[in-house]
Design a protein around this ligand. Structure first.
Ligand code: NAP
Length: 276
């Protein structure tokens, strides 16, 4: 790849950021499409500083990950209606200094779920109430799925449940649920703490569909337990690819090379499943 005076810069802001395969995925996409651009990971604690840096340096696009998806909103010039409704932004487009926030997690999750299962007449327990949970919750609600939200902190859990007009379940009371779809959206089980699960094994009934949106490692402890108990499992990989494909489209206007993106991420995960 040739880096020169015309190379555009993109990146991801988050903390921690070492788990992210967004640089691998987007650099593979730029390369496959011959786009003169690079994508870097920025570990930051300064939300506003990061966005000011985007404007000052002309960074063309930014992915936003934990814990900034809601925190970036007040610093943006414009927020897309879906992201506003969700209350979380995972993508920023820099249009000549005018920063616009979008949310592609909802679409990514929807595509990953619908390619495996039919959502009609489902009931779902969402574990977690952060940015990703909000996006998934709004999307499932639009699809008519009967949702409940389980979260560690009661305040955040109840707030999301109230917004989604659904029940809140304390995280240590999830055995009372009988949902046929469980979506795990906390970082528990993510590399390097891959021996953990936020979900107790005993609630995993045979036939339940269990999706863990963590993609590093590809098979989390939760998914291993779910598989062993006869559940249908869905990893976070395809949601990650599809949300990234939507970002690529927003930034470049070009149809994303989904297979090149998938190949690059799979290669990185198989070469170093527990990567830094
Ligand atoms: P976030 O906004 O920071 O929310 C984190 C959520 O996890 C909160 O509900 C928090 O509960 C809960 N949590 C954190 N640590 C916990 C613990 N030790 N025990 C129990 N609950 C805990 O994060 P996010 O943006 O939603 O992202 C969450 C995860 O999803 C990350 O691992 C991220 O990489 C992954 N993700 C994957 C994709 C994909 O495409 N596959 C997309 C987006 C996100 P409290 O309210 O109690 O703090």
């Amino acid at each position: 790849m040739m880096i020169d005076q015309d190379t555009s810069l993109y990146g991801v802001m988050g903390n921690p950021i070492g788990h992210s395969l967004s640089p691998t995925m987007h650099n593979a996409a730029f390369s496959a499409m011959g786009v003169n651009a690079v994508y870097l990971a920025f570990k930051t604690e300064d939300t506003n500083g990061c966005l000011r840096g985007m404007r000052a340096l002309g960074i063309k696009g930014m992915s936003v990950t934990i814990p900034f998806k809601s925190a970036v909103i007040p610093y943006l010039d414009e927020v897309d209606p879906l992201a506003k409704k969700i209350g979380a932004v995972n993508t920023i487009v820099n249009d000549n200094g005018w920063l616009v926030g979008y949310n592609t997690d909802a679409l990514g999750a929807l595509k990953a779920l619908e390619e495996k299962i039919c959502l009609q007449e489902r009931s779902c327990i969402i574990i977690g109430a952060g940015g990703a949970a909000r996006a998934i919750g709004f999307m499932l609600r639009e699809k008519g799925v009967a949702i409940s939200v389980a979260n560690r902190s009661m305040e955040r859990g109840k707030e999301l449940a109230h917004t989604l007009e659904c029940p809140y379940i304390p995280l240590d009371k999830t055995e009372d649920t009988n949902a046929d779809l469980l979506i795990q959206t906390t970082p528990v089980g993510m590399h390097p703490h891959s021996n953990r699960s936020a979900v107790p094994e005993q609630i995993l009934e045979p036939g339940t569909v269990v999706m863990d949106i963590i993609y590093n490692p590809l098979e989390t402890k939760l998914l291993k337990m779910a598989k062993a108990r006869g559940c249908v499992t869905i990893s976070g990989l395809n949601m990650f690819i599809y949300q990234g494909a939507e970002q690529f489209k927003l930034w470049t206007g070009v149809t994303p090379p989904v297979s090149a993106m998938t190949r690059a991420v799979q290669q990185a995960l198989s070469g170093n499943n527990e990567r830094n």
